[in-house]
Design a binder for this molecule. Sequence first.
Ligand SMILES: [Zn+2]
Length: 295
Amino acid sequence: MFCALDKKITYYNDKTSLTKTAWFHVDMDGLDVIFQGFGKKYSGGVDEFYITAVENSLSFFKKKNITATYFLIAKDLNEPGKLSSIKKIVKCGHKIACHGYNHRSLTSLSSKEKYLEIVEAKERIEEALGIKCLGFRAPRYHIDLESFDLMSETGYKYDTSIYPNHKYHEWFPEAHIQKEPFLLFKEKSFYEVPLPYVIPMLPPFHASYIFYLRSFYFKTVLYFFRQYSNCLTYLFHLTDFATPHNIKCGLKLNIFTNNFYSKSTKLNFLEKLTDHISHHFLITTTEDYLEHLSG
Ligand SMILES: [Zn+2]
């Protein structure tokens, strides 16, 4: 495992730093929540898409010597097939963070419902897996101040839902949103780990989009990103790794799930992306980076 601490790297938060650091995240959206996002109900039984994606991602990260952070939806612990996949992730030494209890958009929920998605989800994950769950990513990146308060008061160390763009500056006018990890609540040592953002109107350059926009777009955007940021949060979804399945859900959903690519095409392409990132950035985990940052 590449660990920043092992390499005795000093982190700087200014543009003169020569040390660029990256970490990999995987959002664990299964077919049930993907269908839900399209206003449909998944009724296909055991989610082989989810299970093969976890298997493929674990082999991939092992081959690339990468430790990643998987953002888990807590209700998936209730499904035996998914649970055994999740346990394999823990056994392989990856970090587990939270992606809600039911993958609901936080900004449309009552306080009680937010508590379930953020606090009870964390407790459920920690109890089921015997690990510490330190990070959170809001479904659809919809987040608010009440959710930040809940996280900081209940033992989370970081959130990673914000793009440092105009929209989030408007949502949180009192916050000093930065492009690199920053303290949201200084006294609580609670960090925001922003997602990569380059300029308005361009689609994100996380892997799910890059399958269609191809590596020229990825390399160009990453080049510009590197000019002003020392830290990269690179986001995968399970769809990036899943073995294609016959999902009877229409063209749009098949495109969204990258279901037209073979397993080997996907993994070869992901290998090019991660090799390129590893060439320009020191690879660590968000958890190790923040531990180092907070001393
Ligand atoms: Zn999600």
